[in-house]
Design a protein around this ligand. Structure first.
Ligand code: CMC
Length: 437
């Protein structure tokens, strides 16, 4: 491990067969909680640790992203997310996450050229879209089409080779927005719009989403900046569920395009990337501001499974720094588009105010998270809710690729294999069906 100041932790175990103390190495990170290394625990004690949702488990060592949930801090390679959102752009952040350092001018231009050389997808892949129902959820299309990329880049590829790993990550980062925009165009029956390599990443994406061959399309710089911010803020988030899925899938040596498809599948769920779509669905269900108290009461009722979507976070127990950046963007976008009178967006703003003052939410530190505001911005831009998680996937592909590449280059890397606490039937004997009562 990379840490130098070693300490140790002593764990004493008492059971029917054991009464002994065991010592484990403690490793310190540069910042954040230290870990004690239990890799030899099972060998020494015959016992596992039990931590089903990884509440106290570091699954890997990483140098990419740091989160301090208590302080509400998110750093990419050491840089605070607020500074990056204010002064950087998504391509530069992509370079930073992949390479560990910010690029100089020449490195940035070279990187941009490399990425734009990969923005088109194999023309044969466009046929695949026709196999989907028109009303298919775009995340289903993303899982399918990104997974299918593995069929185009597999046979002659050695994913243990760092040069080929790099090319795969460049392909993924460049092609994902093209595929995402195609999924949208397919769902509304419009022709696919090919990428424009002269446009920056967010502008190109909006162009592929909203341009049509029959008319000129002029982008709006306020919307492009908000889109770029959404991409920056969602680019990585250390070992969240989808990133852990990508790492676990990749740990078997699987094709990286298939691993990213697995990450997309995981991201789809409403407790993860599906939350911003769920926010809009919830606002639709609430309908009018006079019904907010009823839904706040339901969110507090332990017998009701309803939760306020877009509130709370597993790690940020103070505030979500990404939400603070996007709150500002949301107001800029609403002003630019002059849509403040929109019922749903007004409702969202009132819900935010009420929940921020409510004792239940204040006591539990349940603040609006990034998905609350990204949902509002995307809705105002005219992006349908079913596409929200797709945009999250476009951004997070950068983090997934950086984390996958880091894992592949880690000399201690092995196939991931959690164990379990078995509570099923002990061994028993099979009885033929004729003998069962
Ligand atoms: N509405 C109402 N109550 C809530 C909510 C909510 N959104 N979130 C948490 N609580 C309550 C929960 O019932 C519990 O109360 P009590 O202590 O009385 O039992 C307390 O707050 C702690 O909640 P928890 O379930 O232990 O917290 P968690 O860390 O397991 O869950 C969460 C985190 C994000 C899954 C959860 O807050 C949630 O379901 N939020 C809504 C979905 C959402 O917005 N998800 C997006 C997360 S951000 C995107 C990302 O980074 O992936």
């Amino acid at each position: 491990m990379a840490t130098e100041n070693k300490a140790s932790a002593t764990v004493s175990l008492q059971s029917d067969v054991l009464d002994e103390a065991f010592e484990f190495d403690v490793h310190h990170g540069t910042i954040g909680p230290s870990v004690f290394d239990i890799r030899k625990l099972y060998g020494q004690t015959g016992m596992f640790t039990y931590d089903p949702a990884f509440m106290s488990t570091a699954s890997c060592e990483s140098k990419i992203t740091y989160i301090d949930g208590e302080k509400g801090e998110l750093l990419y390679r050491g840089y605070p997310i607020e500074e990056l959102a204010e002064s950087s752009n998504f391509m530069e952040v992509t370079y930073l996450l992949l390479n560990g350092e910010l690029p100089n001018k020449a490195e940035f231009e070279n990187f941009n050229t490399i990425i734009t050389r990969h923005t088109m997808i194999h023309e044969q892949l466009t046929q695949l879209f026709r196999g989907f129902r028109r009303d298919a959820h775009p995340m289903a299309i993303m899982v399918g089409v990104v997974g299918a990329l593995s069929a185009f880049y597999h046979d002659d590829h050695d994913f243990m080779d760092p040069a080929q790993q790099l090319t795969s990550t460049h392909r993924l980062i460049a092609k994902i927005p093209t595929i995402a925009a195609m999924a949208y165009k397919y769902s509304i029956g419009q022709p696919f719009v090919y990428p424009r390599n002269d446009l920056p990443f967010a502008e190109n994406f909006l162009h592929m989403m909203f341009a049509v061959p029959a008319e000129d399309f002029t982008g709006n710089p306020v919307l492009a900046k908000a889109m770029d911010n959404i991409f920056i803020l969602h680019a990585d988030h250390e070992q969240n569920a989808s990133t852990s899925t990508v790492r676990l899938a990749g740990s078997s040596g699987a094709n990286p395009f298939a691993c990213i498809a697995a990450g997309i599948a995981c991201l789809w769920g409403p407790a993860h990337g599906g939350a911003n779509e769920a926010v809009l669905n919830m606002l639709g269900e609430i309908g009018t501001t006079d019904r907010i108290p009823e839904f706040i009461a339901r969110a507090k009722d332990k017998d009701d499974p309803f939760r306020l979507m877009g509130f709370g976070h597993r790690v940020y127990k103070n505030f979500d720094p990404r939400a603070q950046v996007l709150r500002k963007s949301a107001h800029e976008v609403l002003d630019e588009l002059g849509v403040r009178g929109d019922g749903l967006l007004d409702l969202a703003m009132k819900l935010e105010t009420i929940a921020l003052e409510d004792e239940y939410f204040v006591d539990r530190k349940l603040y609006p998270n990034v998905d609350f505001y990204s949902g509002i911005i995307l809705r105002a831009m005219g992006i349908p809710p079913s596409l929200f998680t797709v945009l999250f996937a476009v951004a997070r592909t950068v983090g997934w690729c950086a984390q996958w590449a880091e894992m592949m280059g880690d000399p201690s890397q092995k196939i991931g294999r959690p164990r379990q606490l078995y509570t099923g039937s002990p061994r028993r004997t099979y009885a033929p069906i004729s003998d069962r009562g």
